[in-house]
Design a protein around this ligand. Structure first.
Ligand code: TTP
Length: 398
């Protein structure tokens, strides 16, 4: 049996983080989301087909040497159904299908026992998802996308086992109102003829749609790491709890690291730096004197050299922060931080800092208000308070 992982979407709700990489390649716990999915299925299947399109080279470059991974390009139509159909010529009688943007714990064994099955998750806010209704034998009898009045709190978990007849149904489907061939429309047809078992997934599950989902999954992964110190550790460094310091990382003197945290190879931290729990410093990052980083993902090559506070933030690759660049991450009234997602202001979580693309430069004494987004390649001049989203490729100066 084979697995198909759907990785071709644009991930627009995660902009600017997805400006230069597809959503499945965003890092959580120091590795791309997609790598965890591949690790889960590689011993269960013969081939893993990654359906790619948007920024496909980032996925192909990373996984090209994996012995079971093969790449299939999605055709001109959008949608999860069309993504699966794009792999049609490679698939046998039955196969596993997984969305490339979910972080989950379940070991998939129960799903594989059934001819047709869908992984389900119990949530408090089903309105935002595909809501599923089961009969007494746990067969799916109804799926409704983002219903106003959900009939259950079980939602589609983005993990499926199908027989090849799903592909025949997909072939005959017309695109939906939003111009996409949707997998759930095909499943609605399939349940008229076949039984699809609803399997409640065990343990943690998260569908990475918005930036703060990434921080949530990052925390989940970091809770499971074990202490492993391989890099160079200077004098008077304190490392508490489960911290990974990879080979070729350097922790300079008088630095404090509170786990769980991951410091990847080539990263340099210190002197006198404070790394707090749930922080990941990706490869070749530098965090220097009197800077404090908390609950944040700092991507490859970014430099935060002096006197900065970065909290509850996601910072893209190769950014360069001027001295005393600061993020605010909490409102005075303690209400959820508001974030603009595709032109709509939505409430996120109580603590959220800045969401930044790649190659951003800040001058000295730049401050960011909670939940602002900064597009890639932008420059923010010195002594500015950034309280609105900054588009990509802009230069703001007083
Ligand atoms: P979504 O999260 O629904 O879509 P998206 O990735 O385009 O994100 P956004 O809504 O923020 O723009 O996608 C669910 C999964 O299906 C995800 O793993 C990406 C994948 N997918 C494809 O492979 N091809 C597609 O055409 C679409 C729309 C999604």
């Amino acid at each position: 049996m084979d697995a198909v992982i759907l990785c071709a979407g644009k991930g627009t709700r995660l902009l600017p983080l997805t400006e230069n990489r597809p959503k499945p390649m965003l890092p959580v716990g120091g590795k791309p989301i997609l790598e965890y999915i591949i690790e889960k299925v590689e011993n269960l299947v013969d081939n893993i087909y990654l359906v790619v399109k948007y920024k496909k080279d980032v996925i192909i470059d990373y996984f090209r040497d994996h012995p079971k991974v093969k790449f299939v390009e999605q055709g001109d139509i959008d949608g999860t159904g069309y993504a699966l159909l794009s792999a049609r010529n490679f698939l046998g009688d039955e196969f596993l299908v997984i969305n490339g943007d979910i972080v989950f714990e379940d070991r998939l064994k129960e799903i594989l026992l059934h001819e047709n099955a869908m992984g389900l998750v119990e949530v408090e806010n089903p309105k935002e998802f595909g809501v599923v209704v089961l009969d007494r034998e746990s067969n799916i009898v109804e799926i409704e996308e983002k219903p106003e009045n959900p009939k259950s709190n079980l939602i589609n978990g983005g993990i499926y086992k199908f027989q090849s007849d799903i592909l025949d149904i997909l072939e005959d489907l017309e695109p939906s109102e939003r111009g996409e061939v949707e997998l759930t429309d095909a499943i609605k047809e399939l349940i008229r003829e076949r039984k699809i078992k609803g399997i409640k997934l065990k343990g943690y599950w998260n569908d990475i749609g918005r930036p703060w989902d990434l921080l949530d999954s990052n925390r989940h992964i970091l809770k499971g790491i074990k202490r492993e110190i391989k890099g160079e550790i200077g004098e008077n460094v304190i490392i508490e709890g489960n911290v990974v310091v990879e080979e070729d990382a350097v922790i300079r003197h008088n630095t404090v690291i509170e786990g769980p945290a991951v410091i990847k190879s080539g990263a340099v931290v210190g002197p006198l730096t404070y790394i707090r729990p749930y922080t990941v410093l990706m490869e070749d990052t530098f965090v220097g004197n009197s800077s404090e980083i908390k609950n944040s993902i700092i991507m490859r090559g970014t430099k935060i050299p002096h006197l900065s506070y970065i909290g509850d933030s996601i910072i893209g690759e190769n950014c360069n922060f001027g001295c005393n660049t600061i993020t605010a991450n909490l409102r005075f009234d303690n209400k959820p931080v508001k974030v603009n997602i595709k032109g709509r202001v939505v409430e996120s979580v109580r603590k959220l800092g800045v969401i930044m693309g790649d190659n951003v430069k800040t001058g000295i004494q730049v401050s960011f208000m909670p939940g602002v987004k900064v597009g890639s390649n932008s420059w923010i001049g010195p002594n500015l308070l950034v309280d609105k989203d900054v588009k990509s490729n802009t230069f703001i100066y007083k």
